[in-house]
Structure formats: structure tokens, C-alpha cells
Design a protein around this ligand. Structure first.
Ligand SMILES: Cc1ncc(COP(=O)(O)O)c(C=O)c1O
Length: 416
């Protein structure tokens, strides 16, 4: 039977197993997938940028006939992360969300426990703990770095507080000296949500190495990506063994593979948090190119900062700033517009030139779920204000200066 595979215009691809068993195409590149390549004039907000070796490593994983989790490529990624970040153990996970869920399990978070998180963050920072029955306690952010305001932290601590989860927004470190001191004083765990901050540093120490636990994201939007992925970073050795068990469906399978037990069995609660070797192969390619990627992102960030500085000052627009004791991972670049009312017009002005700009987090305490935990308007005024005025500009590893120049010119000709 002859089948028609619709192209991009049709938007449908037939997924017929019989058809897949007798492929009519000799190379993977001839597969009739619709092309999602943007129009030449269109500048996306984000795009996955391959470093070039991904296919070779995927091929190796497949040729080795080992594509489930925890094979060679996963081990290589673990080694790079552990060495570069100075953490005792790194475990790849299927997402940062899952790494956060593992952190909640490791801390044995129970119903009624409280966990302090910034309101200005992604939903997973909260949900990972809410899934265990915890109540998120929303902290406001600092107006300069948009990170959890450490000066207000201690006032939020109660006898039920079990963890503080700072988020290094945009890859700029939270004030970890104060956060760690407060946490130690009250014997509370610190879990860094470092989804944005791989290779950022605070006072010379890598983000993700401060808390007893920390998490990373390798989602497509992040600096290093395998599509969907993450990692749990562990500095406290007390968590090493249980983390392996939770990640492997509650079994001691890792110990079995190391030859430490003669069979593996169900020993704890757990789930399936390990990514396949195909994803680890992609991530390995990206991590091997880490110096190049870090430089690309620094260049993109510095271009925006330099080219927009005068315009921003003249128009009362805030730009991200990196405190001198922090090294940024250069995850994102934003404009903090003078008024909330300025944002829709600028988004439209950019869109008319094919440039996609987006806003970021809506304060969690004002979300439908956040309100069920007592969130009310005015509780986190800085988060509420910033959330309405912030606009993120296109940012990806291979963003060319010429393209960036177009974005900057377009911004500058906008009349508020
Ligand atoms: C601060 C923060 N934490 C966690 C996540 C979740 O990451 P993932 O998509 O890898 O689960 C995100 C996603 O962007 C995020 O911004």
C-alpha cells in the first residue's frame, strides 16, 4: 500500500510499524520528517545547538548494543561533572525535576514539612517537595540578582522547616555564605536548584557544590543539553548509596553491577530516574565541548550587555548585572522594563521583525496552587513586580553577532 507522508505543511507523519520495518530511505537524513528549520528571517528565542559529535557518540552507544541507562557514556558524564564541580557524586537523571524529586526523597520530606523556595522560580522547585506532602514557603527575591533574598530568610524558618532551596537565577549565584550560615544555625538542609547555573561560581566555588544536594537541567533550553535530562549532585556522602537505590526503582542494582551483592532486590522506595545511554551520549558530546560552549555564551551575554548599556540607561531599563564575587554561567539575558505596560508593545515590536522574546516565571505564590498554600498578592512584592516587567531576549549557543546585532537594533528603535 502506498502511503503518503505529509510534509511540514501537512504536519502529519504516518507512524505505521509495517512501514518502519521496510524503510525506503538509505540514510537517516533522508527520512521524511518535516523540517522545523526556522525561516531565515525568524530569530527563535532558543534553539538546540549541536556541537557536531553527538551523532558519532549516539552511533557508538548503539553499536555497543547498550542503550539503557548507566553505561559508558553516563559514567563519562558523571566523571566530568564530579571533577569539574568538585562534588562527591553526580547522577544523571531524566530531568532536573526528577533530580529535585530525588532530593525530596533523600531528605525524607514528610507531609506537613516546610520547604523554603523563592516565589520567582519554575514550578518544579516547589512541586518536587509538594509531591511528598510538604508546604512550600515562598521567599521574595533580591531586586538586583533576582535570587532568593537571604536577608529575609531567617524570618521564614519555623520548627517545621526542613530545607531551603535557593535557585541561582540565570546562573548567577545566590548569597550562599548567608544562606549556608542560616541553614546551619537551624540544622536545615540546603538543596541548590542549579538548573541554570552549570559552571557558574560563587566566591570561586562552583554552583551546585554548596548544598548537601544540588540539581542540574539538561533540557533543550539550557546551556548544555540532551533534550530532556538533569543531574543530582551530592556532596554529603551519607546520601550516596540511597540515591543510587532511589534512582534504580528502589533496588540495589548498582551494588549488584559492582559485584558487591550476588543478586539485586527491592530494598527501598524509588522510581526510574536514569536516562538512556543515547541521551548520555548526546550530553557527553556537549560536555566535552564545554569550554567552547561557555565562551559562546559569555560572548552572547557580553554583546547584549555592551550594546544595550547606553540605551538601557537612557530609557530606564534594567539589565542583568554580575556581582564581582560571582562568575555567571551566562544562561540568559533580560530587559527589566520601566513599567509592566511597556512589555506587550516591545514583544510585538520584536515579533514584527521575526524576533521572539518571552517573559519568565509567574510568581508561584500567586498561582492557583500557590494560593492553596496561602499565597496572597503583596506577599513577595519584588517577585510580583519583576515578573511583570522582565523580558528575555533570544539566547542560544550559536547566536551569531550579526543576528544579535539585528535584535539590538530592533530594540533600540522601539519607542516606549
Ligand atoms: C529553576 C528551574 N528548576 C527546575 C527546572 C526544571 O528543569 P527540567 O526541565 O530539566 O525538569 C527549570 C526548568 O527550566 C528551572 O528553570
Amino acid at each position: 500500500m502506498e502511503r503518503t507522508l505529509a510534509n511540514a505543511a501537512g504536519g502529519i507523519i504516518a507512524h505505521d510499524p509495517a512501514e518502519q520495518a521496510t524503510p525506503a530511505y538509505s540514510t537517516p537524513f533522508a527520512l521524511p520528517f518535516p523540517t522545523f528549520a526556522p525561516e531565515p528571517e525568524h530569530i527563535p528565542f532558543n534553539r538546540f545547538c549541536k556541537v557536531g559529535t553527538e551523532f558519532a557518540y549516539i552511533q557508538q552507544a548503539i553499536d555497543a548494543m547498550q542503550i539503557s541507562g548507566d553505561g559508558r557514556f553516563t559514567a563519562l558524564c558523571h566523571e566530568i561533572l564530579e571533577k569539574d564541580l568538585g562534588v562527591g557524586k553526580a547522577l544523571l537523571t531524566t530531568s532536573c525535576t526528577h533530580a529535585l524529586e530525588m532530593a525530596a526523597l533523600l531528605l525524607d520530606i514528610q507531609p506537613g514539612d516546610e520547604v523554603i523556595i523563592p516565589s520567582f522560580t519554575f514550578v518544579s522547585t516547589a512541586n518536587a517537595f509538594v509531591l511528598r506532602g510538604a508546604r512550600p514557603v515562598f521567599a521574595d527575591i533580591r531586586p538586583d540578582t533576582l535570587n532568593l533574598d537571604e536577608s529575609r530568610l531567617e524570618a521564614l524558618i519555623t520548627l517545621r522547616t526542613r530545607a531551603i532551596v535557593p535557585v541561582h537565577y540565570g546562573g548567577i549565584g545566590c548569597e550562599m555564605d548567608t544562606i549556608l550560615k542560616v541553614a546551619a544555625r537551624h540544622r536545615i538542609a540546603v538543596v541548590e536548584d542549579n538548573a541554570h547555573g552549570l559552571y557558574g561560581a560563587y566566591r570561586g566555588k562552583r554552583l551546585g557544590s554548596f548544598g548537601s544536594l544540588a540539581t542540574l537541567s539538561f533540557h533543550e533550553t539550557k546551556n548544555f543539553s540532551c533534550g530532556e535530562g538533569g543531574a543530582l549532585l551530592i556532596t554529603d556522602p551519607a546520601y550516596f548509596e540511597r540515591a543510587e537505590i532511589l534512582r534504580e526503582k528502589g533496588t540495589n542494582r548498582k551494588r549488584f553491577f559492582r559485584g558487591e551483592v550476588d543478586r539485586y532486590s527491592w530494598v527501598d522506595i524509588g522510581s526510574s530516574y536514569l536516562p538512556s545511554e543515547i541521551l548520555a551520549a548526546v550530553l557527553y558530546a556537549q560536555l566535552l565541548a564545554r569550554e567552547r560552549i561557555r565562551k559562546q555564551r559569555r560572548d552572547v551575554w557580553e554583546f547584549y550587555a555592551a550594546q544595550l548599556a547606553d540605551w538601557a540607561a537612557e530609557n530606564g531599563v534594567g539589565l542583568p548585572r554580575i556581582p564581582s564575587h560571582c562568575e555567571s554561567s551566562h544562561h540568559l539575558f533580560y530587559l527589566l522594563l520601566p513599567r509592566a505596560a511597556d512589555r506587550p508593545g516591545l514583544i510585538e515590536h520584536l515579533k514584527a521583525a521575526g524576533i521572539l522574546s518571552v517573559f519568565h516565571y509567574l510568581p508561584l505564590h500567586l498561582s492557583k496552587m500557590g494560593r492553596t498554600f496561602g499565597g496572597v498578592k503583596g506577599a513577595c512584592p519584588v517577585s510580583e513586580d519583576v515578573s511583570d516587567r522582565l523580558l528575555r531576549l533570544p539566547f542560544y549557543n550559536a547566536l551569531e553577532p550579526a543576528t544579535q546585532g539585528r535584535i539590538v537594533e530592533r530594540i533600540k528603535c522601539h519607542k516606549f
